[in-house]
Design a binder for this molecule. Structure first.
Ligand code: SF4
Length: 395
């Protein structure tokens, strides 16, 4: 084992992969060198995901394996550092119970590293810059009842507009030609940057872009009213102007925040990828309501129709959860019907997994059997993903 070397194992979504690139930079700044293999590293950092119980179980299994394998080889155990969503949850749990439970479950862990300690000050360490992920915000304010993200990553915080543009300009100079803008909900990017004198979001005042132009934030619907001011359409437009960038992608975006201005920006910029990912999660209005998703089946379909009319050659992909508590056969069939109507290019279909602290965990019983979830998963997967199964959900 070489001293002061690190190896990062990442679980979960693209946002976690991007976070790992900043964790690598954080380690390098402290004089550590990257190790090609986990077994040769003096520190192993595990960047965790909590989207499903199985993701957590894989982390626990890995920690145990690292400790056991060092023992078998009569080697010193590497320092095990756990970061990411599991630690985010522990940091935000004021009772301290979740951290205690983690320490009990994984006594082999030497350090729990909150991502906040890494922050955005460390430039991402990328192996290959040609395709780069660029986080534009972190956290989420939406509280879909099944989702742990607001508890693991906290409330949505946008990176300054200028920082995002400067990072992409630098990447373009180094040979990057494709960027993916990342956030749990990119459509509400900038809501926290546009504030009034009381520090509250104020939609009507102007926002000065780094190019000196003052723009009026775009208002998007929140609980049926136009209340969230966002700068995302402007950011996307500015990114497209950067010399050298040929393709611009973004994930994730929510159907209820997909503004007409955003559609116009995409329509006029051929650099923006024509695969748009819009998580529907369910095609049934009652289930959507219990999921705290702010649209109906009809609104989703109308949005897709509008997008397809205004953006030629667009294809739509999605996320769907089957077996949400109480989902009846009839409600599941509403999702099947919607999938047929929209004709998704592909979908990340997942079986509902009961997650601690979420509203669904507190309010509903996980009452659909595993076999029934599996049956529904197969039906949708066969219907939508004829060309193969996507690996994992976007968030
Ligand atoms: S599913 Fe997406 S929008 Fe909903 S709470 Fe989770 S991260 Fe936020």
């Amino acid at each position: 084992m070489s001293s002061n070397t690190f190896y990062i194992k990442t679980f979960g979504c693209q946002q976690n992969l991007a976070d790992s690139q900043r964790i690598a930079s954080y380690y390098k700044s402290r004089g550590y060198k990257p190790s090609k293999t986990m077994k040769d590293a003096s520190e192993v950092v595990i960047n965790t995901c909590m989207i499903r119980q199985s993701a957590e179980d894989r982390v626990t299994g890995l920690v145990k394996n690292i400790a056991k394998s060092a023992k078998w080889r009569e080697k010193t155990k590497p320092k095990i550092v756990v970061s990411g969503c599991m630690v985010g949850m522990a940091v935000r749990d004021e009772t301290g119970k979740y951290l205690k439970a983690l320490q009990k479950r994984m006594p082999e862990v030497d350090e729990f590293l909150p991502l906040e300690e890494v922050g955005f000050d460390y430039p991402a360490l990328r192996q290959d810059v040609s395709h780069s992920w660029v986080p534009i915000s972190n956290g989420c304010n939406n509280f879909c009842t099944f989702c742990v993200v607001p508890f693991t990553r906290g409330r949505e915080i946008s990176r300054p507009f200028k920082d995002v543009i400067e990072e992409i300009e630098e990447l373009a100079k180094k040979g990057c030609y494709e960027v993916t803008l990342l956030g749990q909900n990119v459509n509400s990017y900038g809501a926290d940057l546009v504030k009034n004198s009381k520090g509250l979001p104020a939609g009507r005042q102007g926002y000065k872009l780094p190019n000196g132009k003052t723009v009026k934030p775009v208002m998007v619907k929140h609980l049926g009213k136009y209340r969230i001011p966002t700068l995302f359409p402007y950011l996307l437009d500015e990114v497209c102007k950067i010399k050298g960038i040929k393709t611009v992608k973004f994930i994730s975006s929510n159907p209820w925040d997909f503004s007409d201005q955003l559609i116009s920006v995409i329509a006029k910029n051929p650099k923006i990828d024509r695969n748009l990912h819009l998580a529907v999660q369910s095609g049934d209005d009652e289930v959507l309501k219990r999921m705290n998703r702010w649209y109906t089946q009809e609104e989703y379909i109308n949005l897709i129709r509008k997008i397809k009319t205004k953006i030629p050659n667009v294809q739509i992909s999605t996320d769907i959860i089957v077996g949400f508590p109480g989902e009846t056969e009839e409600q599941f069939q509403s999702t099947v019907k919607l999938a047929k109507e929209v004709n998704f290019a592909y979908a990340y279909v997942s079986k509902y997994s009961d997650r601690p602290t979420t509203a669904a965990h507190k309010a509903f019983r996980d009452d659909i059997s595993h076999a029934e979830k599996e049956r529904r998963w197969i039906i949708l997967n066969n219907l939508i993903n004829r060309k193969g199964t996507p690996r994992t959900a976007v968030h």
